[in-house]
Design a protein around this ligand. Structure first.
Ligand code: CMC
Length: 443
């Protein structure tokens, strides 16, 4: 492949360097375009824009490939766990035994919240959306760890291990405390002898009179759910994290912003939206036919859990999570779930419908992950928070790439302005007179 791309514009010919990634993916480096021609690139929604170089995650959307640090997601799903995968995503390699033990200890040591933080969560009205509580809490955490939030990347990086462990470990405690406030129950304290997922389930569901001991299969399903969400290269929330980081912001400010981006129904909010859609179809007495027709009429309804900007093939995470969902159902003895029946029909109908086939719209990770969360007892309004817990390693790793890049520049896209051409200021008395005339009140 040529190492330059030729661009002719306004009687000028530019030789633009071509960049090639590890897996042969190519990009035309446009960074000199404005300086050399006065023009900018235009790519609304960034469908063709490479915003950075990254070593964390590789996706081939056409082939349905996802790898963290080179390791296929299928192998990690089968053989690794969330904590080990989090280490891999953040530090770039699978941990040696002592590194794994040290990382586990750091997570354990940082699981509990300071009393002030617990009170902060308790003081939100009970029906505050958990994503709002999560974002606010991640930002508020730095009040207790000011040395982690100097907003000087060099200084913040010196404390990176501690900051990463606090973010990964406390996000789970914040989520569980938020749930306890919502259901009007007292907080549980983390148990140092429990694994990451078992501890989360204990924080959520233990009662003073009845400690919740998670069934192996349930903890395993949660582990898999988190692992499958650990990173997904430059998606909306990760790009938000990097955008905020590029201004020099600390890890906690950056991930709090990531949580807000994730909240939207086209991104992480889709897992809850899938369940709401299935409930709506069920309550409507529809078998999915009516809903599919409305998702095709161009009026803005979408089949939630379907389609992806990058995958033009089955989302590999959806395949894995679907199987895990069936395993969880079997181990929990759930035989007949009307929402599941609708989901299966919907999936089959969409996979055989020309509208979805021609647009290459396949089930994404959210189509089955909501059903899985529901089966293991997580309330729907916490689904997107669960996504955020899983995505934490990715956000941390991608923040680190920005913070550790000495040549990094602030992210600052340009625009094509389509507003008014230059016009002169109109004083208030003239605007009053104009309004009077318009209303026919003028003398
Ligand atoms: N249902 C019906 N039509 C769809 C859907 C859908 N779920 N997704 C895309 N389309 C149509 C869209 O209307 C457009 O049709 P046309 O060419 O006739 O105008 C075409 O497919 C291309 O859509 P697009 O909006 O240009 O695609 P995009 O890459 O900008 O959007 C998406 C990707 C994920 C936002 C979108 O597919 C969607 O809204 N899906 C439903 C929400 C969802 O499940 N989101 C979770 C994504 S996976 C987890 C994550 O990464 O957050």
């Amino acid at each position: 492949m040529s190492s330059v791309a030729l661009l002719k514009f306004d009687n000028k010919e530019l030789a633009l360097p071509v960049i090639t990634g590890t897996e042969g993916e190519t990009a035309i480096n446009m960074s000199c375009l404005r300086a050399d021609t006065g023009a900018i690139t235009f790519d609304e929604g960034y469908g063709n824009t490479g915003s950075c170089r990254s070593e964390v995650t590789f996706i081939d959307g056409e082939k349905g490939i996802l790898r963290y640090r080179g390791y296929p997601i299928e192998q990690l799903a089968e053989r690794s766990g969330f904590v080990e995968t989090a280490y891999l995503v953040i530090y770039g390699d699978l941990p040696k035994p002592y590194e794994r033990a040290q990382f586990g200890r750091l997570l354990s040591d940082n699981a509990a919240l300071r009393e002030g933080m617990a009170r902060f969560i308790q003081n939100f009205p009970r029906d505050t959306h958990p994503m709002a509580v999560l974002s606010a809490s991640l930002n508020a955490l730095v009040a207790y760890y000011p040395h982690l939030a100097s907003n000087n990347h060099q200084h913040d990086l010196e404390h990176f291990d501690e900051a990463a462990a606090i973010a990964i470990s406390k996000v789970r405690t914040i989520a569980a405390h938020t749930y306890r406030v919502r259901v009007g129950k007292p907080f549980n304290y983390p148990r140092p002898n429990f694994g990451y997922c078992e501890n989360f389930l204990h924080l959520m569901f233990s009662e003073p009179y009845n400690e919740y001991i998670a069934k192996g299969e349930v903890a395993q399903a949660l582990n898999l759910f988190l692992l499958l969400h650990a990173d997904h290269e430059q998606n909306c929330s990760t790009s938000t994290v990097k955008m905020v980081a590029s201004a020099g912001a600390n890890l906690f400010a950056s991930i709090a912003a990531g949580v807000c981006a994730l909240w939207g129904p086209l991104h992480g909010g889709a897992n809850a939206a899938v369940i709401e859609m299935l409930r709506h179809i069920h309550d409507d007495g529809d078998d999915g036919t009516k809903f599919i027709a409305s998702a095709k009429d161009g009026k803005g309804h979408r089949l939630m859990g379907f389609g992806h900007r990058v995958y033009r093939n089955y989302d590999p995470r959806a395949k894995i999570i679907k199987q895990s969902f069936y395993d969880a159902l079997a181990s929990l003895g759930i035989k007949d779930d009307p929402l599941l029946n609708i989901a299966m029909k919907l999936e089959q109908a969409a996979l055989h419908d020309d509208y979805f086939i021609s647009r290459k719209l396949y089930p994404n990770v959210d189509f089955y992950s909501g059903l899985l969360m529901r089966a293991i007892g997580i309330p729907v309004d916490l689904f997107t928070v669960m996504f955020a817990i899983g995505r934490m390693p990715g956000w941390i790793a991608q923040w680190h790439e920005v913070a550790a890049n000495p040549k990094g520049r602030i992210y600052r896209p340009r625009q094509i302005y389509t507003g008014h051409a230059k016009r002169d200021y109109v004083p208030m008395h003239e605007r009053i007179e104009a309004a009077r005339q318009e209303a026919g009140l003028s003398k």
